[in-house]
Design a protein around this ligand. Structure first.
Ligand code: IVH
Length: 680
C-alpha cells in the first residue's frame, strides 16, 4: 500500500503512482479524520498530496471524481437539485421518560413474544441527517433528508468532509447502497468558527447544529470546505441490504470497516436496567463529549426482528429516541424589569413566558447589565432563545429578529431607582448602574438584611425573604441593628407569624449575637469583602474597632487586599451611617467574637490557595485545618501566595502559580505539614 518515497515515481507508470498515492492519502485521511490517529506528520502528508496534484496536473486525463484532490471541484451551483432517495428517510419516535422507554421495550417484546431483547444503544447526534449513495464502492451522490422522500443534492458539499470516504475500503460492498448518518460540528470547532465569524464582522451561528446545517447549504462548496464538518454513520437506507449481517451492531462494524466513523459510545444493552443505565451513562458523558447530542437511540439489535416489527407511519417500531431534557428553547421576552441589589446595583431581569429548558421551568433570567442587552440586541416583546446548559443558570441567548412584528421596544435603564426613587448613577467606564439611595433604599435594606442573616454570615435561622419584606415594608427594620430590637408584640402583627414561630425567630436572633468576628465582618456587606477576605481581616485585626481604624496602607499589608478592596473598606467605615449601625449593634451585644489566637504555629503567616479536588478533605475542611494551624487561605494566587495546594483537576490557578514561581504542593504534602504542626 505504501507508495514509498517520491523517487519510486521513476519505477511506476504515472497511472499506477497516482493510484498508489490516492490509496495512501485516503488511508491517511481515514486515520486522521475518522480514527483520530494521525499516521504521519502533516509535512509528509502535504508532500504526498502535492505529488498527487502535480501528477494530475501533468495527466489531466487520469483525474477521477474519487481522487482526494477532487473533494472541492467545480463552480458554485445555481441551486440544489432534487434527489429522490432510494429508500425513505424516516424519523424516530421520541420518549422523554424512563417509563416511555420501558413501554417501548414491552411493546417490542410483546409483539415478538420475547422475554428480553438486545438493543444497539447509540448517542443521538444533534446534527443534520444525510444520505450518501455509493455505487461500486464510490461516493456518487449525497442528499439532505428533505421531506423524507425527496431531498436536496448536496454532493459537492459532502465531498469536502474528510471523514466521508470517497471510496469504500474492502470489496464486500453491494453495487449500490445508501449510507445514513449525521453531519455535525465539534463544539470546539464551532467555538473557533464563531470567533472567526465575529472577527470578520459576520453573524455568529446559534449552535453547532445550525452551523453544520448552514455550512451544508452553501451553493459554493469551497465555502463548505473551509467549515470543520464531521460525519457519523448510524445505518443504511435499505433494511434488507447486507442480509448476511444478523445484527445492527454487526452492520455498524461493517460500515466502520468500510471507512465510516461510528460513535465509539455505542453499546449493546438489554433489559430495563440496561436501557436506563445507558441513558444515565450518556447523560453523564454528555458535557465531556466533543459533539452535541440530544438523547440516546435504542434499536432492536437483531435485524430479522427489526423487519418483523416494521414501521408505523414514518417511524420504525423497532427503535426509539430517548431525548434529554432540551437545553434550549424559544419563548417570549415579556418584559425587562430592574432589580436592586444589596449594594444598589441595578440588574435588568428578563421576564419570560414560562418555558422548560434543561428540565426546569424558566420564567426569569438575569441580563446582567445594559450593555449586555444592547450587545445581544434584545427588544422587549422579542421571541428569544433561552438556554440552560448543564447546571448553569438559564440565559437569554439571542433574539429572533425575523419574528418581530414592529411593536417591540428597546429597554432603557431608569434614571431613578424603581424602589426608592433615588437618582441612578453609572460611573464612567463601568457597566453597572447603581441606586444612590444607600440604606435609604428599601430594596438595598432588604438585601442587606437578608445577607446579614444568611447562613454564612450571622446565620439567623428562619429570617427569609418574605419576612424581611414585611419587616422592611412596615418600617420595623431600618437597619440590621433593628433586628435585635424586635419583640414578640411586633412580630405578632406580621402575616403568617404564630406565637411559636415568633418565639423561635427571637431565639434565633438572640443566638446570632455571638458570632465570630470574621462572620460579623462578612455580614456587614462591605462591597468587595467576601468570606475569605473577612477571615483575613478578622485574624489580622482581632477587633472590629481596630479594623474600623485601619487606613488603606495598613489594609494593603494583608494578602489579597489590593488598593480597590482597601478603598472599599475605608469608605465603608467612613460613612457615618455605617458607624452608627455598628455602634447600635454593639449596644445590642453584637460585636463579633475574637478569633482564637493562631500565632506561633508552623503555618503562621503562610498564605495558601487551594485548587482542584482533594482526595481526603473537602476544600473547606482543608482550609479550616490550615487556618487552625495559623495559615491564611486566599482565593486568588498572587506573588504573596506561599503555597498552592493542587488536587485532582486543578484549575487555572495552577498555571498562574507556576508562572509566579509559587510553591505547588499536593494534598499529602499539606497533610505532612499539618502533622508537623500538630507534633511541634
Ligand atoms: S436512526 C429510521 N440513529 O435523529 C430512523 N438517527 O428523529 C433512522 N439521529 O433524522 C434514524 N442520531 O438525523 C438514528 N444514532 C442515531 C441518530 C439518529 C441522530 C437523527 C437522525 C434522524 C433523527 C430521527
Amino acid at each position: 500500500m505504501n507508495p514509498g518515497p517520491p523517487s519510486s515515481t521513476e519505477r511506476l507508470s504515472p497511472a499506477a503512482r497516482i493510484d498508489a498515492l490516492r490509496a495512501e492519502i485516503a488511508r491517511l485521511d481515514h486515520h486522521y479524520y475518522v480514527l483520530d490517529q494521525p499516521l504521519l506528520p502533516d509535512a509528509e502528508y502535504d508532500r504526498l498530496y502535492s505529488e498527487l496534484l502535480a501528477l494530475e496536473a501533468a495527466h489531466p486525463d487520469l483525474i477521477t471524481p474519487d481522487s482526494p484532490s477532487q473533494r472541492v471541484a467545480g463552480a458554485p451551483a445555481p441551486a440544489f437539485a432534487a434527489v429522490v432517495h432510494d429508500h425513505a428517510m424516516r424519523s424516530l419516535n421520541n420518549a422523554f421518560t424512563n417509563e416511555a422507554v420501558l413501554a417501548f421495550d414491552r411493546r417490542c417484546r410483546e409483539a415478538l413474544g420475547a422475554d428480553t431483547l438486545a438493543y444497539l444503544a447509540e448517542p443521538k447526534f444533534d446534527g443534520v441527517a444525510v444520505s450518501l449513495l455509493f455505487e461500486e464502492g464510490r461516493f456518487v451522490r449525497g442528499a439532505t433528508r428533505g421531506d423524507g422522500t425527496q431531498g436536496e443534492d448536496i454532493t459537492a458539499n459532502l465531498r469536502t468532509i474528510r471523514s466521508i470516504p470517497l471510496r469504500l475500503n474492502g470489496s464486500d460492498h453491494p453495487r449500490r447502497i445508501e449510507i445514513r448518518g449525521e453531519v455535525l460540528m465539534f463544539r470546539a470547532d464551532f467555538e473557533r468558527l464563531n470567533a472567526s465569524q465575529l472577527e470578520h464582522g459576520l453573524k455568529p451561528f446559534m449552535n453547532p447544529r445550525n452551523a453544520a446545517a448552514g455550512s451544508l447549504r452553501q451553493l459554493d462548496a469551497s465555502v463548505t470546505a473551509k467549515r470543520p464538518l464531521r460525519f457519523f454513520v448510524y445505518g443504511v437506507g435499505d433494511d434488507d441490504a447486507l442480509p448476511e449481517l444478523a445484527t445492527q451492531s454487526a452492520l455498524i462494524e461493517r460500515l466502520a470497516h468500510w471507512g465510516f466513523p461510528a460513535a465509539r459510545e455505542r453499546a449493546v444493552v438489554s433489559g430495563p436496567d440496561g436501557l436506563a443505565a445507558y441513558y444515565t451513562r450518556m447523560a453523564t458523558m454528555r458535557p465531556g463529549l466533543p459533539f452535541a447530542i440530544d438523547g440516546v437511540v435504542f434499536k432492536v439489535n437483531a435485524r430479522a426482528l427489526q423487519r418483523e416489527l416494521g414501521y408505523v407511519a414514518r417511524a420504525p417500531r423497532y427503535a426509539i429516541a430517548y431525548k434529554f431534557a432540551p437545553e434550549e428553547d424559544i419563548t417570549r421576552l415579556l418584559d425587562i424589569e430592574v432589580q436592586v441589589g444589596r449594594t444598589g446595583a441595578l440588574t435588568p431581569v428578563a421576564r419570560l413566558e414560562p418555558v422548560r429548558v434543561g428540565g426546569v421551568t424558566v420564567t426569569n433570567a438575569t441580563l446582567h447589565n445594559e450593555d449586555e442587552i444592547r450587545r445581544k440586541g434584545l427588544l422587549i416583546g422579542d421571541w428569544v432563545i433561552v438556554r440552560r446548559a448543564g447546571d448553569v443558570i438559564p440565559e437569554v441567548f439571542a433574539p429572533l429578529p425575523e419574528r418581530r412584528r414592529g411593536d417591540e421596544r428597546a429597554f432603557v435603564m431608569p434614571g431613578f431607582c424603581p424602589v426608592c426613587g433615588s437618582r441612578v448613577e453609572r460611573a464612567a467606564g463601568l457597566a453597572i448602574a447603581r441606586c444612590t439611595g444607600g440604606l435609604y433604599c428599601p430594596a438595598q435594606r432588604k438585601q442587606a438584611t437578608l445577607h446579614f442573616a444568611s447562613r454564612r454570615a450571622m446565620d439567623i435561622e428562619g429570617l427569609g425573604d418574605k419576612l424581611v419584606d414585611q419587616l422592611v415594608d412596615r418600617g420595623h427594620v431600618q437597619t440590621v441593628a433593628d433586628l435585635y430590637r424586635l419583640t414578640a408584640a411586633t412580630l405578632a402583627g406580621l402575616e403568617r407569624m404564630g406565637d411559636k414561630s415568633a418565639a423561635r425567630l427571637l431565639a434565633a436572633i438572640d443566638r446570632a449575637r455571638r458570632r465570630p468576628l470574621d462572620r460579623f465582618i462578612f455580614a456587614l456587606g462591605i462591597p468587595q469583602v467576601g468570606e475569605a477576605t473577612a477571615r483575613d481581616l478578622a485574624h489580622q485585626f482581632g477587633r472590629i474597632e481596630a479594623l474600623m481604624a485601619a487606613d488603606a496602607e495598613v489594609l494593603q499589608q494583608i494578602p489579597d487586599v489590593g488598593p480597590a478592596v482597601a478603598a472599599s473598606i475605608v469608605n465603608f467605615f467612613a460613612e457615618p451611617h455605617n458607624r452608627d449601625v455598628i455602634a447600635q449593634l454593639h449596644a445590642a451585644g453584637v460585636r463579633g467574637e475574637a478569633p482564637p489566637a493562631r500565632a506561633g504555629g508552623h503555618l503562621s503567616g503562610k498564605s495558601f490557595v487551594l485548587t482542584g479536588t482533594l482526595a481526603h478533605h473537602g476544600r473547606a475542611e482543608a482550609g479550616a485545618l490550615i487556618q487552625a494551624a495559623g495559615g491564611k487561605i486566599s482565593n486568588t494566587v498572587s506573588a504573596k501566595t506561599d503555597y498552592l495546594v493542587a488536587g485532582e483537576e486543578p484549575g487555572t490557578k495552577l498555571a498562574k502559580a507556576k508562572s509566579l514561581g509559587v510553591t505547588v504542593i499536593g494534598e499529602n504534602e499539606l497533610l505532612e505539614m499539618l502533622r508537623k504542626e500538630a507534633d511541634g
